[in-house]
Design a protein around this ligand. Sequence first.
Ligand code: SF4
Ligand code: SF4
Length: 201
Amino acid sequence: MILKYRCMKCGICCYEVEKNELGYRKRIPLYPEEVDELIELAKKYEIEFKVIEDLVFPDIINKNILVLTFKIFLDNPKACCPFYDQEEGCTIHEKKPLACKAYPLALKRIDSFNMELSIDPLCNFVSKNYNELKNISLNKIKEIFEIEYPNVERFYRKNKNLILKIRQLEFEKKIKIAREISLDDFNKALKEWDRIEIRVK
Ligand code: SF4
Ligand code: SF4
């Protein structure tokens, strides 16, 4: 029988996962425009919703922190996404972030500027079918994750476009990213510099 991805609606992916021995920490990345949309939805549903900055670059020409992505801050007792409901599951299914639409396909960050496609082993479906999914070809991934694959492609393109935009701004000498900055200086910049959100389509 051909394996096809079917979400088991266990909700594991909507919870924070503690750091394991590989240093993995689960997070739900959001683009600035997704944050705007989720803030509106949270107001509508009277849900407490907080985000923190995720991928940021310090621009040493203008002394700004460039914010490319945020992540949902899971500071509730259950450490789960505020849009998750025990009975219903995701309550914003149509409007959930691109990262959730692509899941369990994900982008593993190699460094600040590069990433690669991965399948999240923490997903219940993935762990149950691990033997079939390990070392799988790209064509098989497309077959098994028919709906999620186009979303992870959009997710990848969007991340690439963000990085290209940063590189373009650097090329035009409008910004300069501090690539070698001490942790102390970086933390000082995080405290003192203004934020500029970087948005792409
Ligand atoms: S938006 Fe929905 S799918 Fe995404 S983490 Fe929240 S509850 Fe889960
Ligand atoms: S962990 Fe996997 S199977 Fe469970 S709800 Fe999330 S996507 Fe579905």
